[in-house]
Write a protein that binds this ligand. Sequence first.
Ligand code: FAD
Length: 413
Amino acid sequence: QAGIVIIGAGQAGVQTAESLRAGGYAGSITLLGDEPHGPYHRPPLSKAWLAGEMDGAQLVMRAPEMLARKQIELRTEVKVASIDRAAQQVLLADGSALPYSGLVLATGSTPRSLPLPGGNAAGVHALRSREDADAIAQRLALCLQQQRPVVVIGGGFIGLEVAATARKKGQDVTVLEAAPRLLGRVLAPALSDWYAELHRSHGVKLVFDARIEALETDSDHAVSGVRLVDGSLLPAGLVVVGIGVHANDGLAQAAGLECERGIVVDACGRSSDPAIVAAGDCTARRLADGSLIRLESVQNATEQGKSAAAALLGQERPFTATPWFWSDQYDKKLQMAGLSGGAEAWAIRGNMGGDMAGASFSIYHFRAGKLIAVDSVNAAKDHLQARKLLDAGLSPSPEQAADLGFDLGSLLK
Ligand code: FAD
């Protein structure tokens, strides 16, 4: 008898499988992943793992034995080639077919590649998988030995985390950002500027409005530098490209499911086919106002996984929790709650300026007088409180938010 097949053994796939079991599903669950490893954590790949401060066991998300105990059949190095919706089966790359009664798409995302001459040279790396991280670590060590600089293309979270890790190792690092500021799409200008200062204070060189012409290569077709449109050349023994990702929605598109920048799902993870749900980086979620939102985070994968499992069990479990995210750079932990796009007013709570080493603060974002998001740096209590306030739809005034003497927790009582 056909059971549930999950394509993608990452954060969202594992969560969906475990939530199905926790929800009482007794049929077979097959978790298919095309990587050589069982499920592992991706966030450390640009942080502790890249820094060599973590061992392999700590990277494991779920040991295969643990999944087996829950009667979740994990199959690694299995790539799904297509979905036959009419016959309710998936076709594997080896030509075999696997029937399903319910299908979960949890295929994640793929880094955008650099469409430039030299973009595929040796020593040019994106960062998504454990193999990518290991290749970058190896190249970093070589660059350190040969005293060759590192260039990071893209001042987003992954690029900046790699820059911080490389800099901590004593590497010469330059970050090239096409926009006029770091993390421009997600951070308020004041926080972008603060992060620029943080990186400069650690010795990272930042180039804004960077226009890259080509990557230069040596006779072995290995990268040797980055040439900008203005003619300048930055020597490099390693180039890390972090310019965003695109959703892995190719299987869904080929199967005729509704896709728009990702597999379109509702708040319960349902796709346009009642037998198919989707979760994680591969999705674009339709909001109540009809707009689509794409989130690439552990929380999104986890929450959508729970919702998708519930949907397959015939239950409604909409994902309505406040989005949150974190990023570690040097000794600073950024924690973000809510979505700050469209903010019209800001309030700063805590100590942001002067002594960067002792900084601990949060930026509260307001739209139409209502709190919509809070970004906290080394202020974990503010972050947890912010999630509660936002989940409850409660809002301090900007004056209250900025006043350290005002107990924001009192709003929750
Ligand atoms: P994935 O974890 O990518 O899993 C999808 C899996 O499906 C992959 O193993 C893929 O190979 C497999 N697959 C795809 N197609 C097929 C197919 N046809 N057949 C079989 N298998 C297939 N998020 C945070 O919240 N905080 C952070 O600090 C943070 N840091 C990050 C740092 C890095 C370096 C990276 C890469 C990501 C980071 N993220 C962070 C994002 C977070 O890791 C992702 O949002 C999350 O892993 C998404 O989970 P997922 O299950 O949707 O996708």
